[in-house]
Design a protein. Structure first.
Length: 318
């Protein structure tokens, strides 16, 4: 059977890599944030994935919702439409029209407790139709009860871990850990020496709570450390990988304050990061950050998004 994995736009290659590792099968990118693959069972992927937001069994593809053909399904059913384009009708109107088609075939409707969810996935000018296998988003993390207002989606966090080159048995650092999402996803992926640092005690406490609920607390070192003290915690070249959601100018933090943080960040990482080590940074914009990175080489830049949230990602190398 064919399946489509919905993932963060800009990190489709990470999802392809994960599908290959877990299911031992190839895949292809069919639209931004959409990866198609074929296999007999996806249960293992549903259980283990860290990069996939939603997964559905692929049935058909068309340009207009009026072209959607009915197929056999277990009743009762409901239709759910996800519209990521500028389609002429709203998601609710599409759900109503497609639902009427399946209802006319003798299928019963139950909006609260359906046995089958017909998923209509509109991406730009293409419509994919299938059966939703994950009504609850796979990107949701039950451990994440403490959420920072500048934190990021868990699937994106995992993608940053993979871009950093972390593969376990290495020293991984997030110096601006916020609610710990990046470091926790690293610990869930592979065991290693994982460090999550924050400058405020309340945030450190929140990270500890999330890590405990994720059952990776013993795999992590969580401390209140400011960037200016990083070289007192690690020896020269001791850190292998860094991935972090860097602070950025906002109502609570001025541009001058952020400049000081950026300067300290790169100055101390130039000492503790090993030669060839990578730093992966994410923020709504990283133009200012790049002006302080003269000792590092930019090896990759990406635009990454989920829904309407768009970020800049830059990979630096020492």
């Amino acid at each position: 059977m064919k399946y489509i994995a919905i993932c963060a736009e800009g990190l489709e290659d990470i999802t392809q890599k994960e599908i290959k590792e877990i299911l031992k099968t190839s895949s292809k990118i069919i639209q931004p944030g959409r990866v198609l693959f074929e296999i007999s069972s996806v249960q293992k992927l549903v259980t283990k994935t860290q990069s996939i937001i939603k997964l559905y069994e692929f049935k058909q593809q068309c340009k207009l919702h009026t072209e959607i053909k009915t197929f056999s399904l277990a009743s009762p059913f409901r239709v759910v439409c996800s519209n990521h384009g500028e389609y002429v009708l709203s998601s609710q109107e599409v759900e109503k029209d497609v639902g009427e088609k399946f209802f006319a075939e003798g299928n019963t409707v139950d909006l609260k407790h359906p046995k089958t969810i017909v998923f209509v996935d509109i991406v730009d000018e293409t419509i994919f139709v299938g059966i939703d296998l994950t009504p609850e988003l796979l990107s949701r993390r039950s451990y994440r009860i403490k959420i920072h207002n500048q934190s990021i989606n868990a699937c994106i966090a995992y993608g940053l871990v993979r871009l950093s080159g972390y593969a376990g048995k290495k020293v991984f650092l997030d110096p601006f850990a916020k609610d710990g999402i990046i470091a926790i996803e690293a610990a869930r992926y592979k065991k290693g020496k994982i460090f999550a640092y924050e400058s405020l005690f309340p945030l450190v406490h929140n990270i500890e709570i999330n890590a405990t609920l994720a059952k990776v607390r013993k795999e992590m070192t969580i401390s209140r450390i400011e960037t200016e003290w990083l070289d007192t915690k690690f020896g020269e070249g001791e850190v292998d990988c860094v991935a972090t959601a860097v602070p950025f100018p906002s109502k609570t933090q001025s541009e001058n304050q952020v400049k000081v943080l950026y300067k300290d960040f790169f100055y101390h990482l130039s000492f503790i990061l090993k030669k060839g080590g990578k730093i992966v940074c994410i923020a709504p914009t990283l133009i200012l950050l790049k002006t302080f990175s003269e000792d590092f080489t930019i090896v990759e830049e990406r635009s990454v998004s989920t829904s309407k949230l768009r970020y800049s990602v830059v990979v630096f190398k020492k």
